[in-house]
Design a protein around this ligand. Sequence first.
Ligand SMILES: C[S@@+](CC[C@H](N)C(=O)[O-])C[C@H]1O[C@@H](n2cnc3c(N)ncnc32)[C@H](O)[C@@H]1O
Ligand SMILES: [Zn+2]
Length: 130
Amino acid sequence: MIERRRSKLHGWGVFATTRITKNTRIIHYAGEKITHRESAKREAEQAKKGHIWCFRLNNRWVIDGSRGGNDARFINHACAPNCYAQIVGGVIWIRAAKTIEPGQELTYNYQTDGKKTIQCLCRPGCKTRL
Ligand SMILES: C[S@@+](CC[C@H](N)C(=O)[O-])C[C@H]1O[C@@H](n2cnc3c(N)ncnc32)[C@H](O)[C@@H]1O
Ligand SMILES: [Zn+2]
């Protein structure tokens, strides 16, 4: 259904290889389950390299996709995305927000709450920071 390829948005991205219908659970965001305290430490290090890998699961836990992660960690952010994240039973699912055609890049809105150091490149002139 998907594969990792170089992206025009940033570095690696994840692309549909088949048509994906709206609301399909495409992939879950895998990684190491860590506390917010540990996540804050790691995020400071990761941010120096211009990367965000930590995904907030709930008030207690964060999933660090850089350790034990799967291809979901390569899905880029867009402000007008074609996917959304949904947390069900402690699992972060990336689901299709609309029908996605083969060859289209998957994106979701990261809804970051950190220091917002990264300029979003989803479209020319985007003012969002990640
Ligand atoms: C979860 S990774 C996504 C995979 C990344 N493209 C890679 O090659 O490692 C998140 C990082 O990708 C980059 N990124 C994702 N979406 C972006 C966007 N819309 N604009 C600029 N950078 C983006 C940022 O550096 C962010 O920290
Ligand atoms: Zn944007």
